[in-house]
Design a protein around this ligand. Sequence first.
Ligand code: 3HC
Length: 291
Amino acid sequence: MTFKTIAVIGTGQMGAGIAQVCATAGAHVVAIDPDAKQRDRALAGITKSLAKLAEKGIVTDSAGIAARIRFAEKVGDASGADLVIEAIVEELKAKRALWEELDVLCPPDTIFATNTSSLSVGEQAEVTDRPQEFLGLHFFNPVPLMALVEVVRTDRVNPTVVERAVALVRAMGKTPVLALDTPGFVVNRLLVPYLLDAARAAEAKVANTVDIDAGMKLGAGHPMGPLMLLDFVGIDTVVRIADIFHHAFDEERHRAPAILTAMAARGDLGKKSGKGFYDWSGKEPVPMEIK
Ligand code: 3HC
């Protein structure tokens, strides 16, 4: 195990999943979030996920894994970690403020990793005194099931730090892909324009929700249709990534379509809020009327 103690900051759906897979890799994890409700939701999610994985024989020691995760409220609880992974809101200002705080709290050899999906890793690293110990570790949702982690290199990161991160990803049973620090890295650079186009197709009523999703599942062999995937990732998250891409590339295709910005404004954020392209309140998702 390359890291004994890992702090994960932010326990939303990504942070909770990251905490779980770090503990599965054998690390002691402190999962930090100032919001008690969020911490409770994360604990419930991890417990449910581990039970599912244990039922299928994918993890054998779910109690041991759960026991390695401790929840905490304050960022200061990250000070004893060998590695800190942040999974807070996708806003550069908020992430930079967090790293500035952590840079003072943590010893100089603690490695910092951002789970940003589309922001510059370098622009986060530069607010710290440790740009050589700073990289991106980009996970995919649902974290316990998805086999990939993008390991994002800046031009200043120490190659040994990248090697340790790669070893950690392998210890999680996942495959690392090395990517340069450019907006969206590999996966989101390709995936997000596709999701935006799917939302535009729904907006134009090219087909109904179920048929757009069936089209890409059955016609292109995707495990999940794009509208369901939008709900899965979170409408607000995709709108935020689209805004970042639009700002970075200045291309019209990255502008978030009105259907998504309206959903985000209404609070219809997808699975996490109970409503998006589908209604998630029942046992099975039910397509919503497109407004
Ligand atoms: N932990 C453990 N088990 C879980 C789980 C979790 N977090 N989430 C779902 N499962 C279980 C389900 O309960 C189900 O169990 P069952 O077989 O006992 O019913 C099982 O996994 C399989 O689920 P389903 O049968 O519902 O669905 P699939 O076989 O299609 O698998 C999937 C689910 C892996 C999510 C698959 O649909 C998939 O790969 N979808 C695409 C996901 C994707 O593209 N993610 C990337 C998004 S982009 C991103 O995250 C980047 C970010 O920056 C935006």
